[in-house]
Design a binder for this molecule. Structure first.
Ligand code: AMP
Length: 118
């Protein structure tokens, strides 16, 4: 799938829509989900134009991959859920029920999140 620069997260990265920011560096942005599914629901995204984790894994630069993974504990720490635990998931494509076509990891926690898939 070709990257659509009109997607909502691209607009957030460009500063056209202000997020409830949690963490930012030159390659990564994390912000609160607008419609939280658990007490804590954050989204962690690369700033580069990657549709999903498949494309990211195939074509992102190593420093972008490192930055995204390294951001995970920083975001968990900022949210106060590093010790209690959380779920990190990413939806990909039609069967994964991905709605926004820009790679994002959902970080869910602040309470028990239940079984992985019902
Ligand atoms: P997915 O179904 O994995 O693509 O998830 C997309 C997520 O983006 C959903 O959890 C939405 O609630 C969230 N979302 C959509 N628009 C915004 C926005 N403007 N700010 C924060 N989160 C958003």
């Amino acid at each position: 799938m070709t990257y659509d620069p009109g997607n909502i997260f691209a607009k957030i990265i460009r500063g056209e829509i202000p997020p409830k920011k949690i963490y930012e560096d030159d390659k990564v942005l994390a912000f609160h989900d607008i419609s939280p599914k658990k007490k804590v629901h954050a989204l962690i995204i690369p700033k580069g134009p990657y549709v999903d984790a498949t494309v990211f894994g195939e074509s992102a630069k190593e420093d972008e991959i490192v930055a995204l993974v390294r951001a995970v504990p920083k975001v968990a720490e900022a949210l106060g859920i590093k010790e209690s635990g959380y779920r990190l998931i990413t939806n990909i494509g039609a069967h994964g029920h991905q709605e926004v076509p820009h790679l994002h990891f959902h970080m869910l926690g602040g309470e028990p999140v239940g079984k992985m898939v019902e």
